[in-house]
Write a protein that binds this ligand. Structure first.
Ligand code: CTP
Length: 405
């Protein structure tokens, strides 16, 4: 249908970029990017009117998003040439050809296009040897200034390499090393650096990519003291196992995997250094404070827990519950990865599998009916009952009522 609308408007239309790359690699990808040689906005609006879609256009950039009634989206771009009138200004955009448009991209493997028009439908357009690089499994830039133009591409190269199980081509790797040496990455804004790091840490298996960041000297742009040591490797590997274990519990507790990996990667940093790293990454103030505070609290609790289990003392379930109940999942998983004590690990896993959902059967209403005066006593009584329930000392609601009476 995209091609037919293109035919009617006499506009060449192509599927481009990551979608074509993944199609050829047989990988799933539902992000369809379309490039129109000509007026992409006119194309998107005509298509949307005919197929009952919504359209969001950005006149300035010649781009539009077609949103289908079921939420499916297609990004539409016009072939364009961007140039900067003055340094730091937004680019001025002019029409250009498909080839020029593809030449602006990061790596050869992202420069493939498939024609969607009726005439020559399905024609694979490969100006820059992308097909060969897909076969050779290589990540290769199109020109020597690619990383200077856009330093985030350094991180993209590593992400694609790990995700697709490709290899960064030798010359491209040298260009990365050069960009590192020349400190181009120092100029990269915190937000953009964070975005790229998050993308990497959100990948299924970020371990190899982090290893690569380290080998190419990129970790120091996050914090000068951040290093991959034998300890970091062990803890990251533990984090991977713990995340797999946790995901298989299907607990319905949402969490951000990248945060667990980020904390694990930064495990050796002191509080001040972690603060510095978060500041460099422009983590928003509220989130930074929370992360910082939660890591501190979590580590304190872990220390108490480790001490207690090391002495061989019996740890009551209620103790575990009250230690851990206010900590976010990310911190709990981080603590499991961090601790060298199997018993402490077991305590946290017990919390997830048996304790976190335990509640009293009685409520504040019952206490009110029993004439308990309003105030902090409510919380205290309910906690006493909850403690008894966690430790198996009460079974029924009557047992609980008996306790507070
Ligand atoms: N691109 C680029 N330089 C960047 C970011 C993106 O040249 N710094 C280009 C790439 O060629 C890419 C396209 O813009 O194909 C779209 O970007 P994005 O959606 O991030 O890339 P995908 O290849 O679709 O990657 P993913 O599979 O992670 O979505």
């Amino acid at each position: 249908d995209l091609g037919r609308v293109g035919d009617r408007l006499d506009l060449p239309v192509y599927a481009v970029g990551g979608f074509v790359r993944d199609l050829l690699l047989n990988n799933e990808n539902y992000d369809i990017d379309v490039t129109v040689e000509g007026d992409g906005i006119l194309f998107a609006e005509t298509f949307s009117a005919e197929f009952g879609c919504r359209v969001k256009s950005h006149e300035k950039f010649g781009t539009a998003v077609i949103v289908f009634p079921d939420g499916f989206k297609v990004d539409v771009a016009s072939t364009r040439l961007e140039y900067y009138v003055s340094p730091g200004a937004l680019p001025t955009v002019e029409r250009s050809s498909l080839k020029m448009d593809l030449y602006r991209r990061d790596f050869t493997i992202n420069t493939l296009a498939i024609r969607l028009n009726n005439s020559e439908f399905g024609l694979l357009i490969d100006y820059f040897g992308a097909h060969r690089d897909l076969q050779d499994r290589l990540i290769r830039v199109l020109h020597n200034l690619s990383f200077v133009e856009d330093p985030t591409r350094v991180f993209r190269a590593i992400r694609f390499e790990q995700r697709l199980d490709f290899h960064i081509a030798k010359h491209t790797e040298n260009l990365i090393k050069n960009a590192v040496k020349m400190d181009f990455l120092e100029k990269l804004g915190g937000k953009r650096l964070l975005t790229e790091l998050v993308y990497i840490l959100r990948e299924k298996e970020p371990f190899k990519a982090v290893e690569r960041l380290s080998a190419l000297g990129l970790l120091r742009f996050i914090h000068p003291e951040l290093q991959m040591t034998a300890r970091t490797r062990t803890v990251l590997e533990d984090a991977r196992k713990i995340i797999s274990w946790f995901d298989l519990l299907f607990l319905d507790r949402a969490y951000e995997r990248w945060v667990v990996y980020f904390l694990t990667l930064c495990e050796s940093l002191t509080d001040d250094m972690l603060w510095g790293a978060c500041t460099r990454l422009a983590v928003n103030e509220h989130y930074k404070e929370k992360l910082f505070e939660m890591r501190r609290r979590g580590e304190e609790v872990l220390e108490i827990m480790e001490m207690k289990v090391a002495r061989g003392g019996r740890v009551a379930k209620s103790e575990i519950y009250f230690w851990l109940k206010d900590l976010p999942v990310e911190i709990l998983l981080y603590l499991m990865a961090k601790t060298g004590s199997d018993d402490a690990k077991k305590c946290i896993s017990l919390y997830f599998t048996q304790l976190q959902g335990v509640r009293c059967l009685i409520s504040g209403e019952d206490l009110k009916r029993l004439g308990v005066p309003a105030g902090p006593l409510y919380r205290e009584l309910l906690d006493v009952v909850l403690k008894a329930r966690l430790n198996g000392q009460v079974v029924s609601r009557d047992d609980e009522l008996g306790m507070v009476r």
